[in-house]
Each structure stands twice: as C-alpha cells, then as structure tokens.
Write a protein that binds this ligand. Sequence first.
Ligand code: BG6
Length: 497
Amino acid sequence: MTNESCTYVIFGATGNLARIKLMPGFYHLDMENKLPECSRIVAVGRRPWDRAVWLAEVRTLLEEKFGGALDESVFQRFSERLFYHRGDLDDEQCYSSLATTLSDAQFSRNIAFYLAIGPDDFGHVIESLSKVELLAQEYGWRRVVIEKPFGYDLESAQALQKRLERHLTEEQIYRIDHYLGKGMVQNVLVFRFANVMLEPLWNRNYIDHIQITHAENLGISSRGEYYDSAGAMRDMLQSHLLQLMTLVAMEPPVAMDAEALRDEKVKVLKSIRPIPKSAVHAHAFRGQYGKGSINGQKVPGYLEEANIPTDSTTETYAAMKLMIDNWRWRGVPFYLRTGKRMAMGQSCISICFRHPPLQFFRGTHVSCMNPNWVILGIQPEECIRIEMTVKQAGLEMRTHTTSLDASFRQPDQRFVDAYENLLLDVIHGDRSLFLRFDEVESAWRIVDPILQTWASERDYIPTYPAGSWGPAESRRLFEKEDQFWRSSLLPECGPVG
Ligand code: BG6
C-alpha cells in the first residue's frame, strides 16, 4: 500500500452522488488524515462557477450533511485541496483545458477520474480523456472509477466494455459497487473466514435457505427519469444483492487479494442455475408501489411521482429465488428481495438453519421450536445475531428463542460511509472491492431472462401499498410452506405483514 499523493478528478461533481457521498467522504478522510499530502480534488461541472463559488457550495453541502458548523481548521486544510474546472462533457475543449490544468506542478501525476455521471456518457468521456492523453500512464498511474449501472443488459455491458478496453487496461478500471465498501458487508467475510466454528455448518447439510433483503421506505425522490428506465432489478438486485450473495456463498479464497477474492465470487455467479424464460414466474416476482403511508404520513404512488409516465409498469419491488448448483449449496434456495417505499429501511442477510432431525420435546409444553437463524444486519443496525432455542427458567419445560449478539459498531463509534473506504482503495490501488468485468457479465446473464420476460409483459404489474412489506403474492417463490420473508432482526415466529 502506498501513500503517494494523487489528484482525484470528479466528473458530475455538482450532481447528487458527489454532494451526498463523495465530497463528505473526502472531507472525512481528510479529517482522519487519510488523504496523502498534496492530494487535490478537481470538480468538473457545467455550471458557470469559479473556485470561490465551489468552495462555498462545498461548505454548504457539508454543513447540511453533518448538521452544523464545521471544524474550521479541517475545512481550511480541505478547501486548499479543492479546485473547480468548468466544462461541458460534450465539448472537446473541456478535456484539452483539463489536460492543461492538470499539467501544473501542483497536481500529482497520479490521477483518478471518478465518473459520477449518467451511464450514457461513460464511453464518450473515456474516449475524450484518451484523446488528450490523460489516460496514458507514462509519468504516474491513471485510474478510472465507474459508477453503476455498467450496461443495461449483457449485450450493452459487453459493448461498453469493448469501448473502454480500447483505452484502458483492466487494472485501470474500478467498477464500483458501493455495497462492498460497507463495513458490515466486509464483516461477512471476517465472520465466515476468521471463525472456525461456522464453517462445518455453512452448507446444504445444515442450512434450509438464505434470504437477502434490502428494503427502503424512501421512494424514488427526484430520480424518476433514471429509475423508470432501470427498475428495481437493475438498480439493486443485479448489482448489490447479487454481490452480497456471492460473499455469503463463496468458498474461502486462496488469498485475500483482489484476484483470488474475485475468482471465488465469479465461481458462485457461474454456478447459479440459469432461469429459462419459461420458469421466470416461478423464480421472480415484481411489484410497484401504490399510494400509502410511511410513518403516519400519506405518500403518493409510483405513478404519481415526478417524471413517471402514468402507464409505467416499471417495478419498484423485485424478488427472486436462485439455486446454486455446486457441492456446498445444491438444493438450498437463496431468496433475494428489494423494494422502495417498504415498511422500513433495512438491509440484512438472514440464514435459516434446518430443524433438528427429531422433534425431541414433543408432548411437553414446548410448542414453538424455531429453527436457528443467523442474522447479519447490514444497515441501519450493523449486527450479527445467532438465534437459539433455550429453556425458560422455572419448573416447566418451556422454551423461548434468544440470540447471541455480536454488534459490529458501538453507538459512540463513528459510522464510516462505504464511499470513504472505496475512495481510499482507489488511491491505494486495491481493486478487491471493485467488480471485475466477468462478475458484471455473469450477473447480467442471471437476470437478463427475467428482464426480457418482464419487458414483454408490459400490460400489468401487481401493486403494493407504500409502507407495506411488498406484494403478499411474492410468497409464491418459497419452496416450502414453513418458509416466510423474514422482516425483523429480532426473533420471529412466523410471517409478518
Ligand atoms: C443505489 C441505488 O445504488 O443504492 C439506489 O441506485 C438505492 O436506488 C441505493 O437507494 C441504496 O444504497 P444505500 O447505501 O443507501 O443502501
């Protein structure tokens, strides 16, 4: 790991991602003295601003994000790193003047370009940077961070990759999936591979099924245009949730380095049983939120949101059942679901173990024998819980479910945003938590038949009330009567909502 200085150039610097995640992320890194000395951050934007206006903007966005006045000495140091480059992505002049600016001695020759822009612009921006020789690694490294979605389906992802390959090597490309930067997501690997006790149980012999849920109570806010063309399957399942699944299911890598780790993840994706179009309805379910209420407040349905066509059948909820055909997992269903405007905002992985082979306590007061669950709370609560059945104190044989709790973060510990980790990894040249192209390809292969089938069925989509746990009919994905969507991090006896 090196600590050489670097220049971060952010395309789309005045957009949402940069405001909400990137600039606050850089600020925190600076506060913790993690940014190498002499590192600079150049914002590229179309607005007719100069450096002073940009600094004022950054101050405001940081104050909004952190809810109050900033530490002046930290902000002073941070602001010395900030620059603004005005330019239009479609204008060649933007790139030639950027090259001139970056040739100034105050900017490190190690440059990371962060493309926080719409996916339609990725190819063009890379070609333009290449034309002015900003991607040539003659005097320092050049890296490009590409936001998701990488393509719209398998074919478009391959076409984009071909375009990028002409100007960049795979080592220069950092395809970001910010879920991999989350502390608890990395903890999944530590939990699995730093503790010997679970490994013998982590397979088809002991595990009944696995669920991965990402629920949001927010709607699509001002992202209507993007979201309506993407939908929940592309926006969350194809990327973040499949990534979580690979970490839960993968074999121990031969080393904790980028290639070994990604080799194992790709093996999982390649072992997922393909879903033929004829079986899509048995494996996938979609829905769209109607109006409802969240925390007692009435909220509009998806079709009433800004920039959404009134006849849209884009899904805001998607669930799927996947089977992994390998020795470890054959026969264990993985249920993945995500939705906007659900009952609460929560991401978790829930692992349900099998029942004991004999109902040993039949004929006693022991009525509800819950299976063991391992719950990995990703957010907002970051926790690991192992649920077990234990006897209640007293003369009678009664039981209850209790859980062993290994909290990830104490309430007084600072929350580290996923982007902070990843921004730093780019500087250090560590690609472990970024996607290799074969991962992206395999992920599209899995979801493409579902997307194609849904695209051909544009006349109807089931709805669910905003504030609920999604369409009840998605239950039909379950293989067995006693399986149900697990919606709480606390012990649960049966289905809710
Ligand atoms: C993004 C999706 O990639 O992830 C959003 O485009 C989604 O629609 C977001 O809300 C969820 O990320 P997080 O970190 O807030 O769980």
